[in-house]
Design a protein around this ligand. Structure first.
Ligand SMILES: [Zn+2]
Length: 308
């Protein structure tokens, strides 16, 4: 009797595996309707390749572009961090994902032209402080071989740190601020080198950009850090950033102290921002969204301008 049950169970599991646990009829596999296209074909026609796939999303990339297609109902398509709308109907046949052909022109319209990869020269800050204006060093955390946290949606902290930092830098430069980035591409930079860059240019403010992560998905909100022995100028900048970030709709975990190396080794005012939790599904989606990043960048830039 138990032996028969085991056989029945094995048979049932085999049938489930063969049908891919989908609602597909067991006799013949259905072929996707003609207006659908497999993501592999989609990638080929867009000059991209499928670089990652799991049950939740497919990532297509080339040297200049990153397309993320979320496959759950109501999921969106992101081209280089910008949400270009909903994915629409998705059909899964075994491991093949089919999407509407209509995505083809929509994605194509948002792609950047893939150029041959030319390594951008590593930034070396000028030894003396640039004349005129105030100098702010923006430090996108991690980079290169150090990805930082991995988001619930699969992307890396180093990517969103850089995106956000570049947006902040752009806003500050528009206001005449001298902005120096510790990295402006996906480069690995030693932890000690980051405050060193700020010290070499005698920066008026050093702002390190990070995103948080926790084993619990429920952790959320931003946290602003200063060194335990922070100067009044650091404290003031920290308070301003903490206050301005509330505009974004993220909840605040307050201004805290921590002896992060980038904070304690910087001679001038220094602040580190954990912009939200990549381990929280809804926050991870927001933090990857270009428009939301603009809001964050604007709040941080306003606070920096007031702090200077
Ligand atoms: Zn980090």
């Amino acid at each position: 009797m138990p032996r028969i049950n085991r056989w029945l169970l094995a048979l049932l599991l085999l049938l489930m595996a063969l049908s891919g646990c989908q609602t597909a009829p067991k006799t013949t596999a259905p072929s996707a309707p003609s207006y659908m296209i497999s993501v592999d074909q989609l990638a080929v026609r867009l000059g991209l390749h499928v670089s990652f796939t799991n049950g939740r999303y497919v990532e297509l990339t080339n040297s200049a572009n990153r397309v993320v297609i979320f496959t759950h109902p109501g999921g969106s398509v992101y081209v280089n961090g910008e949400n270009i709308g909903q994915t629409g109907t998705v059909i899964m046949e075994g491991s093949t994902v089919y999407v509407s052909q209509l995505l083809l022109p929509r994605i194509r319209a948002s792609l950047k032209t893939a150029a041959p990869i030319t390594p951008s020269p590593r930034y070396t800050p000028s030894p003396s402080r640039p004349s005129g204006g105030q100098t702010v060093v923006i430090d996108p955390g991690h980079g290169g071989k150090d990805p930082g946290a991995t988001s619930y949606l699969g992307y890396y902290e180093k990517e969103v740190n850089l995106k956000l930092a570049q947006k902040i830098a752009w806003l500050l430069k528009k206001q005449g601020v001298n902005v120096i980035m510790t990295r402006n591409n996906d480069t690995f930079i030693e932890l000690n080198e980051r405050p060193e860059i700020a010290n070499r240019v005698n920066a008026d403010l050093f702002v390190s950009i990070h995103h948080n992560s926790n084993r619990s998905r429920s952790h959320h909100g931003y946290t602003v850090y200063i060194a335990p022995n922070a100067s009044e100028a650091s404290r003031r900048a920290g308070r301003l950033i903490e206050r301005y970030l509330a505009q974004t709709g993220l909840s605040s975990n307050g201004l805290r102290t921590n002896d992060y190396r980038v904070l304690v080794r910087t001679n001038g005012p220094a602040v580190l921002i954990e912009c939200g939790y990549l381990s929280n599904p809804s926050e991870a989606a927001n933090l990857y969204d270009g428009n939301f990043q603009n809001r964050l960048a604007s709040a941080i830039a306003q606070a920096i301008l007031e702090a200077l």
